[in-house]
Design a protein around this ligand. Structure first.
Ligand SMILES: [Fe+2]
Ligand SMILES: [Fe+2]
Length: 231
């Protein structure tokens, strides 16, 4: 799979992969790029081009890993990006899924049991996601921020504790999709159901990529900092 370069036109990147649109928004970039390259747009928005490319390529290409550039990124920059993604999930994606699922249930008077099962699973999932994200926002990110600012390692906690605990919240979304695809009684509004499934699938992909940024960029970078400080 291809890797985008800083001299690529931004419209070309979106043309290739429109799933990157919310990623751009998280950097404060909106449409109307004309013929500008990524580098030109990043300069205009005061964004570190290397970091922007690393995030875009991590989303675009599962095999991509910015080994050489890794140490040039600021963990604070990465955390700011991850936090924007968390808030996008809770201010946009989850309310959208809530609304679609409520409408889907209302559209199917005869399948109360099947959809009830989906609803219970979904509500449980939301709780787990909230706990996962709260843990990162309240424990992991403050740990990294403190490490960078004070340059003092913590005596009890290292980022490896987090690495071990970091669960795959996206896998359960796949179970939810399967529950719906396999067990729903065919008496429902098709368009609402399709919208719900498509939104779930996009969310699953976004969460996978988000977790890859945590595991493959934030984590190794923090380990490097810890190792340097412990020397
Ligand atoms: Fe996260
Ligand atoms: Fe996570």
């Amino acid at each position: 799979m291809e890797i985008f370069k800083k001299n690529d036109k931004l419209y070309h990147i979106i043309d290739h992969n429109y799933h990157l649109l919310p990623v751009l928004n998280r950097f404060g970039i909106n449409l109307g790029f004309r013929d500008k390259t990524v580098e030109e747009i990043c300069l205009e928005h005061n964004i570190n081009t290397g970091f922007f490319m690393a995030i875009v390529n991590t989303y675009h290409n599962e095999e991509y890993f910015p080994r050489n550039e890794l140490l040039t990124f600021s963990p604070l920059e990465i955390i700011s990006y991850l936090r924007k993604t968390h808030s996008y999930y809770f201010s946009y994606t989850i309310p959208k899924l809530d609304d679609l699922l409520n409408r889907l249930i209302a559209s199917s008077p005869s399948d109360f049991k099947g959809l009830q099962m989906v609803d219970v699973f979904y509500k449980k999932y939301k709780k787990e996601l909230r706990q996962h994200i709260d843990h990162e926002e309240e424990k992991v990110f403050p740990y990294v921020i403190n490490l960078v600012k004070t340059q003092q390692p913590d005596s009890e906690y290292t980022i490896r504790n987090f690495e071990e605990e970091h669960s795959n919240v996206e896998e359960k979304l796949n179970d939810l999709k399967h529950l719906l695809i396999k067990y729903i009684t065919p008496d429902y509004d098709e368009n609402i159901c399709n919208d719900f499934l498509i939104t779930l699938s996009l969310f699953e992909k976004d969460l996978e990529d988000h977790a890859r940024i945590e595991d493959k960029i934030l984590m190794p970078l923090t380990i490097e900092i810890e190792n340097k400080l412990l020397k």
